[in-house]
Write a protein that binds this ligand. Sequence first.
Ligand SMILES: Nc1nc2c(c(=O)[nH]1)N[C@H]1C(S)=C(S)[C@@H](COP(=O)(O)OP(=O)(O)OC[C@H]3O[C@@H](n4cnc5c(=O)[nH]c(N)nc54)[C@H](O)[C@@H]3O)O[C@H]1N2
Ligand SMILES: Nc1nc2c(c(=O)[nH]1)N[C@H]1C(S)=C(S)[C@@H](COP(=O)(O)OP(=O)(O)OC[C@H]3O[C@@H](n4cnc5c(=O)[nH]c(N)nc54)[C@H](O)[C@@H]3O)O[C@H]1N2
Ligand code: SF4
Ligand SMILES: [Mo]
Length: 809
Amino acid sequence: MAGQQAATQVSTFCALCVSRCGAKATIADGELVALHPDPSHPTGTALCVKGKAAPELVNHRERLLHPLKRTKPKGGGDPGWQRITWDEALDTVATRLRSLAREHGPESVVFSATSPSTSAMSDAMDWVMRLRRAFGSPNQCVYMELCGWGRYLASMFTYGAPVPGTYMPDLDHAGCVLYWGYNPSVSRLAHATSTVAAVGRGAKLVVVDPRRAGLAGRADHWLRVRPGTDAALALSLAHVMIERGWFDDDFVRHWTNAPLLVRTDTGGLLRASDVSPTGDPAHYVAWDEAGGHRVIYDPARGRHAVDEARLALFGTYEIATTAGPVACRPAFDLVAEQCRDMEPGAAEAITGVPAADIEATARTLWESRPVAFYTWSGLEQHSNTTQIVRAINQLYAMTGSFDARGGNVLFPSVPTNPIDGAELLSAAQRAKAVGVGQRPLGPARFEFVTGEDVYTAALEGRPYRVRGLVNFGANLAMAHGDSARGRDALAALDFFVHADLFMNPTAEQADVVLPVTSAFEAEGLKIGFEINEAAQSLVQLRAPLVPPRGEARSDLQIVFALATRLGLGEHFWDGDLDAAWRHQLAPSDVTLEQLRAEPAGVRVALTTRHRKYAAVDDEGVPLGFRTPSRKIELYSEVLAEHGYPPLAEFNEPRTSPRSRTDLAERFPLILTCAKSLWFCETQHRNIASLRSKVRDPQVELHPHTARERDIAAGDWVRLDTPHGSIRARAKFNASLDPQVVCGQHGWWQASDDVGLPGYPPFGPDSANLNLVLRQQPSDPISGSSPLRASVCDIAPLATTEQSAEPSLA
Ligand SMILES: Nc1nc2c(c(=O)[nH]1)N[C@H]1C(S)=C(S)[C@@H](COP(=O)(O)OP(=O)(O)OC[C@H]3O[C@@H](n4cnc5c(=O)[nH]c(N)nc54)[C@H](O)[C@@H]3O)O[C@H]1N2
Ligand SMILES: Nc1nc2c(c(=O)[nH]1)N[C@H]1C(S)=C(S)[C@@H](COP(=O)(O)OP(=O)(O)OC[C@H]3O[C@@H](n4cnc5c(=O)[nH]c(N)nc54)[C@H](O)[C@@H]3O)O[C@H]1N2
Ligand code: SF4
Ligand SMILES: [Mo]
């Protein structure tokens, strides 16, 4: 046809969520027409509805097309956005940030970004970190306490490494897949397709979830846990395994600190210096059961002085110390005792999971090894997240599957130069991260600060006033609990710049808004696709499929431009992104030219090595683990030294009806939440093909619970918590415990194309779940918010309330 070019197919990947599905794009007349799965790509088996809606996202008429500045005061209604040039925008931002740093220190500026799991921020996250560090701020606010602590950082106290997270489930070889608070059918398609394949070849599947969601329907064991009681379940499973001898005795002796003796008088680990004046305080003590004497363990050697098979795991031993005899027990004996409190009957009473199912699941975990596991959102947003994760980590250690083929494996990575700028921030600046004082082991220790701490710093000046925010996308006010406080904190800032594809309720509080390209308009470098060895081998430079909309620039371009204007060009290759990528890629032997010539990516041969902890150096010292004892720490001295429990324990969620008996009568139900297949977090409600499938905010509840309240399926209801009420439509789900309801967070946007309204993010008529949830009481170690086990109730929405037309957002 005249004037029309033939459609072309370009290899790419969808960057809209953590799955990063390999895809082929159809381009016609300079437009992105469609995305299709690319089965030749390691994550390309399928695409979800959101990926298929990519053209709508790219071409959406609400896209931000030009830099904007506010002309009216904050806190009021209309910000009076006025179009400005990129030059003016970048100059304003650089000038304001420099003056904040000069007058109040660089720590007064917080950097934030939307999660790489819900956006294309994976393209730029490390560079945003580099910018922050080069600028000198230790404060990065990126939901670590809601999304990453459990997967990444809490497990450092057990394994010295992120498990799961960096150690990924080897689904291709697993004997048993364990998903705990994770529903990849919705959240990570590439994992879901691999799991279906694993089940197809006979792997067992265990799913722990209050809802029979996704793969739970195909599971050998679906354990319907009461929200937030997961630690009790994990301890109970461990109890059954210990009682029956269903644990990897050899692994536990060799590679965990289970044999180390704990003093019953102080509760601390017995040290060599306790038993001999010449003993080294850095050495520990175990009991040689066969020989009937104590043996010293030197972490620097990584081995006990006798064959580990001789060491006691159970019992009480009287040890002569320099201050007299002290009864001591191997750490494992204490673990066993802690678990004994959670016999399946006791655990059933707490978790709601039938005792027989706990027994049967323990057997499956043992008999179907190797076990590969993943945990995520279901466990992240609780007042007891760290204990839940510690309990699951302990259970997992007992299977002996760690870093074994078919277990959780550190797949190799293509070698590259690190670019996150870790070396650019001084220790003195790092120590200023907000929140590190209250929770010294929490995410702030790793420069990830919590929403609650940022809001407190902005509103109350504690520990100092936070005055600036550089935000790449994140919808902070809606993503954290206590949305209204979030809005107030944002409004209190001296200067706030927000870069995004769309306006959002957080950006409404900004001084300057910058338009960002969608992933389909910009180059993006992905080194390794994470889920297995083949995926890790792939390096792909996503080609721009269509030109940028309006004046939009990629996050990376913005980072580099801002860096040079801030006078930080020396750390950013003077703004030359290609030079920066060349530096990053140098050790890989893959060149930018190769990558640009090959949009499907370049594969670098990698070989997975298992059980790397056992590899020995020239002196026979095993690599071990990056923990103080060089072993997997079932007993954590680091936690003990900070006044936290050294062994995993169960704590009732602090916002549940059982702990808040004062509220339980008025709010008898338990509120949790889950992601939607159709939308990412607070996004995508404005996309017609998606919104037309899920037209209204929903809350899932059991039909009995609804009937008791005169609620029919599809009715508008009021979801009440002690902090207020929001609206949603009742969706029946008979798989739930009748006491549990499941909400959706993220509703604010209208879809004009399908004529469906938005909802005010704050105030009456809201459908924003986080408006009626709070960030406290939080997990004492991580500061994780109790978003998933809170008291609530549901009532029919009064007819007058229903007829009030929600305002368009
Ligand atoms: N109650 C409750 N609250 C939750 C959760 C929950 O399950 N329940 N989940 C929590 C979790 S796990 C997370 S990670 C957070 C998520 O919180 P956020 O990371 O803030 O994610 P979104 O809410 O999806 O908002 C993303 C914003 O970034 C913009 N954006 C999208 N792609 C890009 C891009 O490539 N560049 C830039 N600059 N901007 C982009 C979008 O337009 C949108 O405005 O929410 C948390 N909040
Ligand atoms: N379609 C889609 N994909 C996404 C996202 C999205 O918003 N939409 N968000 C992305 C992001 S940022 C993230 S963090 C990931 C998260 O991915 P997931 O972790 O899979 O997300 P969720 O669906 O929030 O939670 C998983 C399951 O936890 C269950 N659950 C709730 N409370 C509890 C509990 O107390 N205990 C247990 N054991 N389970 C519980 C829920 O019922 C749910 O089925 O997904 C990413 N991918
Ligand atoms: S699961 Fe969907 S949104 Fe996520 S990367 Fe794949 S196609 Fe894109
Ligand atoms: Mo997340």
